[in-house]
Structures are given as C-alpha cells and as structure tokens.
Design a protein around this ligand. Structure first.
Ligand SMILES: Cc1ncc(COP(=O)(O)O)c(C=O)c1O
Length: 623
C-alpha cells in the first residue's frame, strides 16, 4: 500500500517545502501561501481551470502572496533576534532587483499595504532606471551597486535633489572622484556606502563572490584611499554605509558569522576614523533548502532563518559592545530566500523515450551458438544468480558484436542477440530492486535502462540555472501521489541539445540521478518544477526559439478558495522571431513571392495560410 506520506518522504516535501507545500488526501500536490496553513490549493485544480480556458502548458504559476510571506518571515526573525539579544539598533530589508526584475515581483513586494521594504538594491544602470519611479512612489531607499559611469552617478545623485534616499555604494575606487565631482556640480550632499572585499568567503557555488580575489568591493588599502579622498573633500560625513556580500546561497552558518565578525571590525575602525556609518549592510546569501539534506551541500543550508538572524545580530552586538561603538542599523539584501518559493513551472509529459519493450525471441537451430548462449542465459537467470549472470551476459554481447563485425552473423541474428541481452538486463534490474541492491554496477545499469520523460518545456528558457550551474530544483508530479511511482527516469526538454536534460534530483540525503515517476497512461501527466522564483525569470534564453510560457498569477483567499488574478499569455512564434529581429510581415512577403513565382495553386495559398496561423501560436508542443 503506497501512502501519500510515502510520496512526501520520497520527494522530500517536508524539507524543501518549508511548510508551503503538501499532499492532499486524494494524492494531489498542494500549495499554501501561509506557512503550515490548514487551507491549501490543489495545483491540479489550477491546471484544470487553465485547460478549461484553453490555455496550453507549460504554465509558470506565480503566487505573489508568498513573496510577502517570506519577507515577513525574514523581518520577524531579525526583529526577534534584536529583541531577545538586546541589540540597540534595528533591521531593514532591501530587495536586490537582480534576483527577479519582473514587474509583478517588484510591485508585489512594494505593495502599499506592506511597508516592509526599506530599499531596492540595484546592480546596473538599467536596474536603477527601473527603480527610480518606485523610489519616488513608495519613498524607498535605493542602494546603488555595480559598475557606474557618469550617467549612473548623475541619475543617482539627482534623486537626492528630490529629497529621495539614495546611497551610492562605491565598488571601485575610481567612482569616488566621479561622485565627489558630480555632487559638487549638482550641489547635492551625497550618501555614500563602501563595499568591502572581505577575506572571509561564502561557501558553495557562489564562493568566489567573496574573498580576497573577488571581482567585487574594495580591499583595505583602497578603503583607506577612499576615506582620504572623502576627507580631503570634506565629505567623510557622507559615508553612511558599510556593505559586503560574500556570495549567494551560503550553505554554512559559520561563513556568515566569520564575515560579519570581519566586517564589524572594519565598521569599528571606520567609526573611530570619523565616519558616521549608520547602516551595516550584510548583502544577500541567505540560502534556500533546495534539497532534503539540510547539510552544507551546495543546494542546501545547514541553518534556519532564525539561526541566520541570530548569528548576524549577536556577532555584531558582541563587537559593538566590546568596542563601545553605536549599534548600526542592519540591512540585509536577501533575494533568493524571499523570491524562490513564489513561483513554479508546471509541465506536461507528452511521452517517454528510451522505453525498452521487447518481444519474446524464438531461437531456431539455424541461429549461431552465441544467440543460443544468450537465450540460455535469459531463461536461466534468477534472483539467486543474477549478479554472476549479468557480467557473463555483457561478455556474450561483446562477442556478438565482434562476430557481426567479422561478417559471421546476419542482421537478424544480431537483432535477436541484442534483444535477449536487453531482456536479461531488465531481469537484472528487477531482481536487484526486489533485493534493494544499490551496487555501483546496478545503478549504472538502471541509469542506462532508465526512461527519459519528455517534458513540454525548455530548460534554457525556464530554469537556466539547472543547465548553467547544475542548480537543483525540487521536481515532482502534481497528482497520483497516492500511487507508487514504478518507473525511474530523467527529464528531457524539447530542445535539440544534449544538455537539455535534468539528471540530478532531490533525495533524502543528497541528490540522485533518476527520479521516481509514474507509468504514463492515457491521461495527461503533469510535473511541478518548484522554487524557481529567484534568478530564473530573466536569465532564460530562446534556445531553439522556445519562448516565454503562459504565466498565471494566483491569489489565495483566506481559505482554500483561490482566483486567477492575472494571465500573461505565452510568446507566439511571431513574438520570438521579432526578438530575433525578423519582421514576420517580411517573412510572409518573402514566402509569398518566392512560392508564387514558381506556381500559384490553392495548395500554395493554403500552405501560406497555415504558415501564418502557426506564427501566431505558442512555441511549445500542443500535446
Ligand atoms: C550585492 C548583492 N546583494 C544581494 C544579492 C542577493 O543575494 P541572495 O539572492 O543570495 O540573497 C546579490 C546576489 O548575488 C548581490 O550581488
């Protein structure tokens, strides 16, 4: 008897789901926009509704309420820590725009009823231009990071003229002169931050964002140079922020503590040199548990949100107390931890590849002895001898190929021999699974025989980090979770690219190469690729010209009712071609002219109509 609890454990929901995901009694994946809520939404209901509306998968589902929820959680953790430790300062959240620049995310976070966002952190001039109107509307701070030219600095300083709160974070010494000169020219008093390059590093995939050799920030000599230049220009009082960021997805809490300690010492020294630092900005890095292991593996974190906040607050407090300096306001720029949970991709599985189903083989006297040997092996293999028979079968198969290459076997004999070999392999995996045999040899064979579930999506468009940096995203069916998944496989996408395959999945301990899934029947089979709300939306590309998918924003009411707040239709092929600088009218004109010059028939007319119609449709399979 397979229970929903077995599915919950198999797919690790209680670890990565953070209290937002669950399974209903009828075996459907659920989501709730409040942690551990008794009210939830069954994802199959949303898909059913979208099907009724004639929308085609894949679907990007966004739950903007989860952005609020996560933001509130981060806030509460810091405020609790501050309250309990007696830290004399306060805490603010700044959202790093680079994590998800999509309008619905930024506007979701800046919701007027939720004044939890102190600022937007921008890392480029276009991001600054995106953020300026929101600064004007919501009176939030702008924290300006990244490479800056004179236009960037002029824009940032001009926002101060309108009495807006903009802090320009010096990331390179050369920016100091530019800020001073432009501020004088505009007659504004700038607010300046310094991004320090700490010796302490993060951990995991983004480790190189921190440390001595990091691309970002100023070393000690450069900090002293900036201080001197500011002093010489009577602008040291403008320096009000110390900033650092040691990388995203910090996997171990010890790295955070070390970095805060080092930065806190720099803070103390700057204060004693006459700076008036109010803000201690710890950057991003608060990680997300993408797998079930709760370890310091790169897709996991070995700490809770509260432990993260406690470490930051207590480390900073200890040093401020020791050195008798004022407690600065703590700012964190958590992006991943706030945005990851709010969106997921739902894909349908139109079919499977590599499914090896072979007919029974009849062997005759005319067949070569090698075929007979494979036949005997197949008939005599059993649970007691399969471990000896399997290597013998591999040798027989090699001999079969050699004999064929020497011209001693016909195609039919080769086919019979190969079929028998694969049937032996299937017996081996079936006996091994009965015995829970997970030896290296068996795992290799299972992988070789595994199914490839064809997903109606593009990894490169929807989850680029899965391809680019082997980022793990929890993947599981949204239904049939009360039914034992009896197949194992990888997930391949629609692109003609061998990299378009997911073969790392969440496991109870670490990761596994095959995912347990169900046999396909005549009903549609849907999978959810979850926790994709951070970094994926704008980094996706148009490989093989697969475009944006249908996007749907869902609001949960105060119970298990929900409604669709907004739908953003998927890209049509025409949209994607326009992005590639093709004019679809030109394409049509060219086609029309070229075909009609050859001959003009109703066939030609019909073909052109069909071509035009397809241009207006989405880029994914209709299945
Ligand atoms: C300066 C800065 N702040 C914040 C972040 C967000 O980091 P995370 O998503 O890990 O919270 C980044 C991302 O790398 C960053 O470069």
């Amino acid at each position: 008897m397979w229970r929903i609890e077995d599915s919950a454990e198999l797919y690790g929901i209680s670890y990565w789901g953070s209290g937002y995901f669950g399974i209903s009694e009828n075996g459907n994946l659920t989501i709730a926009t409040k942690k551990d809520s008794p009210y939830w939404i069954e994802l199959v209901d949303i898909v059913g509704k979208l099907n009724e509306m004639n929308l085609k998968p894949p679907f990007l589902l966004r739950f903007p309420q989860l952005l609020h929820e996560r933001l509130r959680d981060v806030h509460s953790a810091f405020l609790r820590s501050i309250g309990e430790s007696g830290y004399g300062g306060t805490y603010h959240s700044a959202f790093p725009v680079k994590v998800n620049q999509r309008r619905e995310v930024i506007e979701g976070l800046l919701h007027p009823g939720l004044p939890l966002i102190f600022g937007l952190e921008v890392g480029s001039k276009p991001e600054l231009l995106l953020a300026i109107p929101y600064q004007a509307q919501y009176d939030v701070h702008l924290l300006c990071n990244g490479c800056k030219d004179d236009a960037y600095i002029t824009l940032a300083l001009k926002t101060i003229q309108f009495n807006k709160n903009t802090i320009i974070v010096i990331d390179d010494v050369s920016e100091t002169r530019l800020i001073i000169d432009t501020a004088k020219e505009l007659n504004v008093i700038p607010q300046i931050g310094i991004r320090t390059k700490l010796y302490s590093k993060g951990s995991g995939k983004w480790e190189s964002s921190g440390g001595d050799t990091s691309k970002f920030g100023l070393n000690t000599t450069e900090i002293l140079e900036v201080i001197k230049t500011l002093e010489d220009n009577e602008m040291l009082s403008s320096l009000n922020m110390l900033h650092f960021h040691i990388g995203s997805q910090i996997t171990a809490v010890s790295h955070i503590q070390k970095a805060v300690k080092e930065a806190a010492r720099i803070y103390v020294k700057l204060q004693t040199m006459g700076a008036n630092i109010q803000y201690f900005d710890i950057g991003g890095g608060l990680g997300v548990n993408y797998d079930s292991s709760k370890t310091s593996s790169s897709s996991s974190i070995n700490y809770t949100l509260q432990e993260y906040a406690n470490n930051v607050v207590s480390t900073l407090k200890t040093i401020c107390d020791e050195e008798n300096v004022p407690y600065p306001t703590i700012i964190s720029e958590s992006g991943r931890a706030i945005a990851a949970h709010h969106s997921m991709l739902i894909i349908n599985i139109p079919g499977r590849k590599n499914v090896k189903q072979y007919e029974e083989v009849t062997v005759s006297e005319k067949d070569s002895s090698i075929v007979h040997e494979l036949h005997d092996c197949y008939h005599n293999i059993n649970i007691k001898n399969y471990e000896e028979y399997y290597p013998a079968a591999i040798e027989l198969k090699e001999e079969l190929i050699n004999l064929f290459n020497l011209g001693q076997l016909g195609l039919e004999e080769k086919s019979k021999g190969e079929t028998l070999f694969w049937k032996i392999c299937q017996c081996v995996t079936s006996f091994a699974s009965k015995e829970d045999n997970t030896s290296e040899q068996i795992c290799k064979l299972e992988k070789y025989l595994s199914n490839k579930y064809l997903g109606n999506f593009s990894i490169f468009q929807s989850i680029p980090d899965s391809w680019a940096i082997d980022q793990l995203f929890p993947i599981l069916p949204i239904h049939r979770l009360n039914e034992k998944p009896t197949c194992k496989g990888t997930i391949i996408d629609l692109t003609c690219d061998s990299d378009g395959e997911i073969n790392q999945f969440v496991d109870q301990t670490h990761t596994k190469e095959l995912l347990e899934l169900h046999h396909l029947n005549h009903d549609p089979y849907y999978l959810a690729i979850t926790l994709i709300g951070a970094y994926q939306d704008t980094m996706g590309d148009y490989h093989n010209l697969f475009g944006a998918v249908n996007e749907v924003h869902i609001t949960q009411k105060n119970n298990d009712n929900w409604y669709i707040k907004h739908i953003i239709p998927s890209d049509t092929t025409a949209n994607v071609l326009n992005n590639m600088k093709y004019e679809t009218t030109e394409l049509l004109k060219t086609l029309n002219k070229a075909l009609k010059e050859r001959e003009q028939t109703t066939e030609t007319e019909n073909f052109i109509k069909l071509y035009e119609k397809e241009l207006g449709k989405h880029t994914y399979l209709n299945a």
